[in-house]
Write a protein that binds this ligand. Structure first.
Ligand code: KG4
Ligand code: ZN
Length: 335
């Protein structure tokens, strides 16, 4: 018999993502983003995001079904991000998922957004080795996870104590006069600069934990740039971007490999929007090679928030025999 068709719904932040998978085969991945509506505020505005999800939901579901060449009635299960994320934004996805599951008479799976960032890699690189270590870095989260089994057991080893890595990229970009979201612009600008031009601080570098801190770095960059401006000197944007980026990816890769060593794990996965960063990919590969660790990074379209990741985890829950959620499940912003 065919494996079940799973529809995945993601609305935890500013992307309305609808994905469809059969087993671990990706059939559709439609994303509607409200990022441009947030750009003039320099960050995601929750009210704007919720409204945009509401407007995008039906057309994005239709687009995904069209991509897959399917009808709505073909869907066998519905998975949705139950948390963590923006409360109002999550609520739109959870309400839609309940309505779809109820209308179709199929099971509903409320899933954890972070576990879904891990599960999505299976669509591209096949079954995830058990256990794996996952480094998730985006505008909303920076976490190290031990993943014995993505469907049943995901353990948090550490996370940021202040800003998320992507948030630091976005704030530093703003200081440098680059557009929102700033990560890709810093990545590009850094290509023409030197990562060792300015010695910016690396928070929690040697503190023995697997936590991160980026707000001190962000402040140090802002002070450095202000000092230049006050002195009437030009700001070397490429060098500042490269040196900031080097500080972030140095800490991220150092702690990820410390986690691998501490838990004797030989497989590292990096996901989330910041995983698109070219220097992060290069340094992670270099340090993994040196440590005998295999590195998996999903392609950029699967790293940023999307519905395929939710469908992938939903499908993994179905095949692992995990019980569906009740139709009463809440959206839980701190899940
Ligand atoms: O996963 P994502 O699309 O959304 C969430 O935040 O959940 O991640 C977006 C974040 C933004 O902060 C953006 O600046 C960052 O990922 N980002 C990057 C790059 N591409 C996106 N940061 C560094 N380098 C990049 N190439
Ligand atoms: Zn995310």
């Amino acid at each position: 018999a065919d494996e079940p068709l799973v529809l995945g719904i993601e609305t935890s932040c500013d992307e309305t993502g609808i994905g469809i998978v059969r087993g671990q085969t990706l059939l559709a991945n439609a994303v509607a983003s409200s990022v441009e509506e947030h750009a003039r505020f320099g960050g995601v505005v929750p009210e704007v995001a919720s409204r945009a999800h509401l407007e995008a939901m039906t057309p994005t579901v239709e687009r995904a079904l069209e991509q897959a060449g399917l009808r709505f009635s073909d869907i066998d299960a519905v998975a949705v991000t139950a948390g963590p994320g923006l409360a109002g934004a999550l609520l739109v996805g959870v309400a839609a998922a309940k309505a779809y599951a109820l209308g179709l008479g199929v099971p509903l799976y409320g899933v954890n957004h972070l576990a879904a960032h891990v599960a999505v890699d299976q669509l591209e690189h096949g079954p995830l080795p058990k256990p794996s270590i996952a480094l998730l870095v985006s505008g909303g989260h920076s976490s190290l996870l031990l993943v014995p089994d993505v469907a049943r057991d995901v353990i948090s080893l550490g996370s940021t104590v202040d800003d998320a890595a992507g948030e630091a990229f976005d704030k530093v970009a703003r200081v440098l006069g680059l557009p929102f979201p700033g990560g890709p612009h810093i990545d590009r600008a850094a290509g023409a600069g030197s990562g060792s031009a300015v010695a910016f601080p690396r928070g929690k570098y040697d503190d023995g934990t697997l936590d991160f801190s980026f707000s001190g770095l962000k402040t140090a960059v802002a002070r450095w740039v202000e000092a230049k401006e006050r002195a009437g000197e030009p700001v070397p944007v490429a060098d500042v971007a490269a040196s900031f980026q080097e500080a972030v990816v140095d800490v991220l890769t150092r702690k990820a490999l410390q986690a691998c060593e501490r838990y004797d794990v030989k497989d590292l996965l990096i996901g989330g929007g910041v995983a698109a960063n070219s220097r992060l990919r290069a340094l992670a590969q270099e340090r993994c090679d040196a440590a005998g660790v295999r590195l998996r990074v999903p392609r950029p379209g699967l790293c940023t928030d999307n519905g395929a990741m939710i469908a992938a985890l939903g499908s993994e829950l179905v095949s692992s025999g995990v019980s569906p959620s009740s139709l009463e499940i809440p959206a839980d912003s701190s899940l």
